[in-house]
Design a protein around this ligand. Structure first.
Ligand code: SF4
Ligand code: SF4
Length: 707
């Protein structure tokens, strides 16, 4: 008895020392990041949110359960380990007394039953994981496997470790039944089964097995505990913390303002010597960013949904996080060194790692290859899928900001767009007067705001650069104006006084040009007295509704599909003319995933008589990008398959007569891909890409079949 106490306690002290030292090291590494006072502030302002997220995301496993089979397997394992905390208490108690039982509940049959039920649940969970891993083995599946690039060896070790925990548990409990030391008279069905198998060995052998396997159980748990702190399974310890401090409701929608030393950067007062301009070094990440890196479970859910990865580009959001994490660990001795003298004594390998730029001319010199960085469309699929709330877009934007603002290193073709934004206020560099030309093509008046929004005018219609200047998008603009006019909604436009919201500049990383345009627009909107705004472009919608408040611009913004769906519901618009077509709707990322507007466009289509709506496989939260976001619209797509072509291939799988959407950029990207497909004979000549507003106007007003 004394020996088993000594061995058990010795194992515990050694394991606690090793794991504790490692956790302290990890804590110091996270603290070497920049301050993030806004994360603490957010929790203080909404104290209930912390508990809510722990309940839904951690205990409830909400995001994991979105993938039913692996989600249930993970939930069984996670919930199992929570219940099995009771068995750890029992194992320690058994060290000291063979007849130990947890006070009060320790002999209740249903507790013994629950422990065994969850032990079996964990076995079922890890069995499922093993099958999933075998079926999606990256050695066979290559890029198609979500585990491609993950540390698969460590994952198998973890599964083995968990199996060890459950196997030793059931064996010592079975032996206890035969020695009369088991606290539960009934209920522990799995332990009883194992006890039945061990019974023929006799009481004395069972007594030896009991002692050996109690110690084995503790050794496996403690060994697993150490392994966790050194492996990707660190997420067991830090995922709840990462989720607690993550952006709510998620890391989608608005980009965060640029911060330096924890404060929002003011370009007019910024000091190039002391201020941080984006992410140039790993220690420019905030502690929350560092936490993100340590939390990644390498599950590859993000990678499996990334349009860049799916079309053969080098960007995988998972590998981007893993590369940053590996670099952070390799540079850690440098970051944690007490002073310059201590740094001088570090091995050359650490010093050269410390010198590596975050983004380099090539993967050989930089941690992240420029082709990886610039492949991102900001579609948000990675953030949406990540079960531990890693905020990939924030990291990508941080690195882009440094590249653009400090290094002036970005795809050359995007330079023209930036210059046009600065000089002309739109990405195409067209004259401002052109912004009002579409109005002259209507047969009714649209008031253009000269100074103040006219009295009794409810909405300011924010047309957007594409909506005003791009020929295909102009058709949507005219359709919306006509529908508003028909429904008797009063609205006015800014015309030449409207400038780009700054979204493409911001998504490229040029926060300076973005804030210049944003401030100018906020001034214009405030002077006009605008309060309620209709946006037809989801990028404008996202920027005005969710990013302008960061600069003091607060407006009530509605997307045109939301307003039109409401007008149809209220009977102010009556779709009466049938459109006998099979139509598939493409969710724009910045309308759907980033801003959760999924239903209104579909409701509009439902109300148009004759329309047969057909969903693509990747739709709603899992919608697949058109390739234009993240300022990719303004960059060449040189690597892999074109994203818009991939999307159209999927759309063609539904054999549509028409493809509808709710974004001018999607309209252009998908339209281009359809034209190419028509050229190659893969799509029928009559196939069209239209905005849902164009569909609606056709049904409401038969005299204008062109929309
Ligand atoms: S935002 Fe989209 S394109 Fe960018 S890394 Fe995430 S999934 Fe890939
Ligand atoms: S970033 Fe998130 S989704 Fe991607 S591999 Fe890591 S944990 Fe999984």
């Amino acid at each position: 008895m004394a020996l088993r106490i000594i061995i058990g306690l010795l194992l515990t002290v050694v394991a606690a020392a090793i794991a504790g030292r490692r956790l302290w090291y990890l804590y110091r590494l996270a603290r070497s990041g920049q301050p993030a006072p806004e994360r603490i502030e957010a929790l203080k302002t909404h104290p209930g949110r912390g508990a809510e997220t722990q309940l839904t995301e951690v205990i409830g496993q909400r995001k994991l359960l979105k993938w039913s089979v692996p989600g249930i397997a993970h939930a069984l394992t996670f919930w199992g380990f929570i219940v099995l905390l009771l068995t750890i208490i029992e194992a320690y108690g058994d060290l000291f007394s063979k007849h130990f039982a947890i006070p009060l509940i320790g002999t209740w049959a249903w507790v013994g039953f629950a422990e065994d039920l969850f032990a079996v649940g964990v076995l079922a969970g890890i069995g499922t994981f093993a099958i999933i891993r075998l079926r999606t083995d990256p050695r066979r599946e290559g890029r198609r496997s979500r585990f491609s690039g993950s540390h698969t060896g460590a994952a198998w070790l973890v599964l083995l470790g968990i199996f060890g925990v459950i196997a030793t548990l059931l064996i010592y409990r079975g032996a206890q039944i035969n020695t009369g030391d088991f606290p539960y008279p009934h209920g522990a069905f799995a332990s009883q089964l194992v006890g039945h198998w061990l019974h023929p060995l006799g009481r004395s052998a069972n007594s030896g097995i009991e002692t050996a396997f109690i110690l084995a159980q503790l050794a496996v748990i403690l060994g697993f505990g150490i392994f966790v702190t050194y492996s990707k399974h660190l997420h067991i310890a830090i995922a709840p913390v990462n989720v607690l401090f993550s952006r709510r409701p998620n890391g989608l929608g608005p980009l965060q303002p640029m911060r330096s030393n924890g404060k929002v950067l003011d370009f007019e007062e910024a000091d190039p010597d002391t201020d941080v301009f984006g992410l140039g070094k790993i220690e420019d990440l905030s502690w929350k960013g560092m936490l993100d890196l340590g939390t990644c479970t390498e599950c590859g859910r993000c990678q499996s949904q990334c349009p860049a990865w799916a079309t053969g580009k080098p960007l995988s959001p998972k590998m981007l996080i893993l590369d940053l994490r590996d670099h952070a660990f390799a540079k850690a001795p440098y970051l944690l060194a007490a002073d310059g003298a201590a740094r001088d004594k570090l091995p050359d390998s650490v010093k050269s790692e410390a010198e590596r730029p975050l983004v380099g001319d090539s993967a050989a010199t930089g941690v992240i290859d420029p082709d990886v960085l610039w492949s991102c469309t900001n579609c948000g699929a990675c953030v949406e899928e990540c079960p531990v709330d890693i905020e990939h877009i924030d990291h990508i934007t941080g690195m882009r900001r440094y590249q653009v603002l400090v290094e002036s290193a970005f795809p050359a073709e995007a330079a023209t767009m930036l210059k046009n934004l600065e000089n002309k206020g739109n990405p195409w560099g067209m004259g401002e007067a052109k912004r009002a030309e579409w109005i002259t093509e209507l047969d009714f008046e649209v008031p253009v705001i000269q100074d103040k929004i006219p009295a009794n005018t409810e909405y300011l219609f924010w047309v957007g650069c594409a909506g005003a200047l791009e020929d295909r998008a102009k058709k949507t603009t005219k359709a919306i104006a006509e529908l508003l006019h028909t429904a008797g909604v009063s609205f006015a436009v800014l015309g030449p006084a409207e400038a780009c919201t700054g979204d493409p500049a911001r998504r490229m990383g040029n926060e300076f040009v973005y804030s210049m345009l944003a401030q100018q627009n906020i001034e214009t909107l405030n002077e006009a007295g605008a309060r309620k705004i209709i946006a037809s472009c989801p990028h404008c919608f996202n920027t005005i509704a969710r990013e302008y408040p960061q600069l003091g611009g607060d407006y009530e913004v509605i997307h045109h599909t939301q307003l039109l769906a409401r007008l149809v519901e209220e009977g102010k618009l009556k779709p009466v003319n049938p459109i006998e077509e099979k139509i598939t709707y493409h969710d724009p990322c910045f309308l759907g995933r980033h801003n959760r507007v999924f239903t209104p466009p579909r409701e509009i289509m439902e109300q148009v008589p004759g329309v047969k709506a057909q969903e693509m496989h990747r739709c709603k939260e899992r919608g697949f990008c058109c390739g234009a976001g993240g300022a990719r619209m303004w960059m060449e797509e040189r690597i892999g398959k074109r994203i818009n072509t991939e999307r159209i291939d999927e759309a063609l799988g539904t054999d549509p007569d028409t493809i509808s959407t709710g974004c001018p950029f999607c309209l252009v990207m998908l339209g281009d891909a359809v034209s190419a497909k028509k050229g190659s004979g893969e799509a029928k000549e009559s196939l069209e890409v239209v905005d849902v507003a164009q569909l609606l106007v056709r049904s409401v007003r038969p005299a204008n079949p062109e929309g």
